[in-house]
Design a protein around this ligand. Structure first.
Ligand code: AMP
Length: 479
């Protein structure tokens, strides 16, 4: 936030200022302070900004301003003045929701379109006047082909999360869309990273842009209290269920690597009495929308998601993120934890890491340039992830990664051994201990507090077992 700049001082039209006041924002975020004047003036923009920086308002507010200042003359239905392309349906829906929020005191009309849903209601909607169209590339091209949308009058193009669009293989679709647009237009490109591919794309699209780069999420990651619990893959589900219950978490986004894993985990959590739902690409749009709405309004406490499905989930002050498995790409870790601690609020991000993920963990710590605090959960012994002898480790690392590491069974996995309070990962020294929390099982502030001892048979003890005080207090940092 920049406390010396106000939205009013940026010169936004009055109906937009009113909408901003309604949302409760006091000051523009850094990306907004830089992007809004440039876009208002009609210039092109190349912005390195991730979700959570306030980038959506950074482009929707000045775009709305331009439309309000220059009302359309004699336009046909189905002919948008602004085209916003996003990689996912969720992001498209959320961007359009922002357009509606900030444009609510104006007569600007917007529409969202994405695939995976019936095309007919979209065709009907396109018969009405339209100013701003938010779309995913595939469905937009379907409409263009059927001539139900006419892109020949687009004045402003936004490529939102352009790096994701490239990651998801949309480059050809984007080029096909570009070919349908008028040459003369304003272009805005937002991307979390500036890779060579993004530079190349921007060269072809942008015209003398100004470049803005706001603090990357990984430097802003100080906002998020990050921790790692070293454990076995086969213990993760029980452990997570336990942590959520004992900590009284009411809104937690859990990441799994696979769709199948997301389903299995959500089912298990429901069996454990938690309200949980999975969200991923194989679910129908209706199921995804339902799960997301339930999560937003508090009916669903745990949303289990894959990386792609979680893209663009925009929930104010999401308090907790759990990495049930670490992502294969370290940057995705930063995206994931960016779901919490957004726009100034704090959040927690916990990663359950098994031995096969240590290498990924190291890569993440290298990327974020700091070690992540190791935490133990009372009752689950960290000895189970003692480093293996070097030759075994080398062999493991050479093996192709499996999306779902097999459950480990049998003696020697540490299950039930050393399951006592204060056990710590081997080889790490305790360097700090946060204040122990009360053992009434209702810890505040979002840290898991206590854990009943885990019986030898491996099933977590439930019921009235009085949880012993303090856990997570026994933390240690990398020595
Ligand atoms: P975004 O990066 O666009 O996904 O926005 C991240 C979150 O920040 C959203 O939940 C917005 O509602 C919120 N936000 C955007 N601008 C501001 C602002 N100026 N002050 C406070 N919160 C904001």
């Amino acid at each position: 936030m920049n406390n010396s700049i106000t939205f009013a001082s940026l010169g936004l039209a009055e109906p937009l200022l009113r909408a901003v006041t309604d949302t409760g924002y006091e000051h523009p975020t850094p990306i907004q302070a830089q992007a809004i004047p440039q876009v208002m003036q009609g210039g092109d923009l190349l912005a390195a900004a991730q979700t959570g920086t306030g980038k959506t308002a950074g482009f929707t507010l000045p775009i709305l301003h331009r439309l309000v200042q220059n009302p359309a003359q004699g336009r046909k239905p189905g002919q948008p003045r602004v085209l916003i392309l996003t990689p996912t349906r969720e992001l498209a829906a959320q961007v359009e929701e922002s357009v509606r929020t900030y444009g609510k005191h104006t007569s600007i009309r917007s529409m969202v379109m994405f695939g995976g849903v019936n095309i007919n209601p979209q065709i009907s909607a396109l018969r009405k006047p339209l100013d701003i169209l938010v779309a995913t590339p595939g469905r937009l091209l379907d409409h263009a082909q059927q001539k139900t949308v006419d892109l020949s009058a687009v004045e402003i193009l936004v490529l939102d999360e352009a790096d994701r669009m490239l990651d998801m293989g949309f480059i050809r679709d984007i080029r096909r869309v570009l070919a349908l647009l008028p040459k003369q237009r304003q272009n805005l490109l937002f991307s979390a990273t500036f890779s060579d591919e993004i530079r190349e794309l921007s060269k072809g699209v942008l015209n003398n842009p100004i470049e803005i780069s706001v603090a990357r999420r990984n430097t802003a990651s100080e906002l998020v209290a990050q921790s790692v619990v070293l454990t076995e893959q086969s213990h993760k589900r029980d452990m997570l269920s336990h942590i959520i219950r004992e900590s009284g978490w009411h809104q937690v986004l859990v990441f799994t690597r696979t769709k199948h894993g997301a389903n299995r985990l959500a089912e298990k959590l429901v069996k454990d009495g938690l309200s949980a739902a999975a969200i991923h690409g194989n679910k129908s749009q209706a199921a995804r929308t339902r799960a997301l709405a339930g999560f937003k309004d508090g009916k669903v406490a745990v949303l289990v998601a894959t990386d792609i499905a979680a893209r663009g989930i925009d929930i104010d002050q999401l308090p907790h993120v759990v990495n049930f498995e670490l992502p294969n790409v370290p940057e995705d870790y930063v995206h994931r934890i960016g779901r919490t601690g957004r726009a100034g609020s704090t959040g927690s991000a916990m990663s359950l890491v098994d031995r096969s993920e240590i290498k990924l963990l190291n890569a993440i710590e290298k990327l974020i340039k700091r070690p992540i605090e190791r935490t133990t959960i009372e009752g689950w012994s960290p000895d189970m992830v003692k480093p293996e002898p070097a030759h075994v480790r080398a062999a493991e690392e050479d093996r192709p990664r499996r999306a779902n590491p097999p459950r480990r069974h049998g003696a020697g996995n540490g299950q039930g051994n050393g399951a006592r309070s204060g056990a710590r990962p081997a080889g790490r020294s305790r360097s700090e201990a946060s204040a122990p929390r009360s053992g009434n099982g209702s810890s505040r502030g979002g840290q898991p507090s206590t854990s009943p001892a885990r019986p030898r048979n491996g099933s977590a003890r439930r019921g009235n077992s009085s949880p012993r005080a303090a856990l997570l207090g026994s933390t240690s940092t990398k020595g």
